[in-house]
Each structure stands twice: as structure tokens, then as C-alpha cells.
Design a protein around this ligand. Sequence first.
Ligand code: FAD
Length: 89
Amino acid sequence: MENFRPKSTVPFFCLQNAEILEEWVGLRPCRSALRVDRERKLLGAEWKPMWIVNNYGQGPLGVAVSWGCAVSACELVQEILTADSRSKL
Ligand SMILES: Cc1cc2nc3c(=O)[nH]c(=O)nc-3n(C[C@H](O)[C@H](O)[C@H](O)COP(=O)(O)OP(=O)(O)OC[C@H]3O[C@@H](n4cnc5c(N)ncnc54)[C@H](O)[C@@H]3O)c2cc1C
């Protein structure tokens, strides 16, 4: 991100033309709503139907909500495993 200058630096006029030496933060992955769900997709060379559990988009509240999201994601995995084991009986 060459020449990227966040608006927050604007009040610091002395920084407006300062040389950027190093970038040490990343962007927070965010979307309009976080996503915790499961979806069935055809994957791999053989287009096998497989389950994917999505758990992303927590954004700036990520650390706080990650615990609950992790529990929900685990429950979805458990549901999938339980349903798969039943379908083989
Ligand atoms: C640049 C940036 C800044 C952020 N700033 C904030 C902030 O200020 N405040 C805030 O609340 N949130 C912030 N977040 C969001 C927050 O970091 C995340 O939402 C939160 O860490 C998600 O927690 P998690 O446990 O779900 O996932 P993660 O913290 O990503 O943990 C997943 C773990 O699983 C491991 N893993 C992945 N695949 C495998 C595998 N196959 N086998 C074994 N281990 C695996 C990974 O190595 C990782 O340790 C920020 C995120 C980013 C990227």
C-alpha cells in the first residue's frame, strides 16, 4: 500500500510529508455481518460434496466474540459428524 496515509494523521501536519519507514499493522478482516454457518460444496479434482464450516468476519470485535463463534463452529462440526455417522448406518 504505497503512499497510504490514514486520515488520523492529517491533524499532525508535520507528518504529512514524512517518509514511511515501515508498516507494522494489517487490515482487520471485516464484513457487514459476521458469518458462522455451514455450506455444502463440490471440491477437489473429483468434485466430491464436502461440508465447509465458515467462521469469519468478526472484525473489530473479534477477540470478544471469537469464544462464542468458536463454540458455534464446533457445534456445527458436531452436527455434521453426527449426521454423517447416522447416514452410514
Ligand atoms: C490485523 C488485525 C487486527 C485485529 N485487531 C483486533 C482488535 O483490535 N480487537 C479485536 O477484538 N479483534 C481484532 N482482530 C480480530 C481478531 O484477531 C480475530 O477476530 C480473533 O483472533 C479470532 O479468533 P479465533 O480464535 O476465531 O481465530 P484465530 O485467532 O485466527 O485463531 C485460529 C488459530 O488456529 C490455528 N490454525 C489454523 N489452521 C489450523 C490447523 N489446520 N491446525 C491447527 N491450528 C490451526 C491458527 O494458527 C490460529 O492460532 C484483528 C484481526 C486482524 C487480522
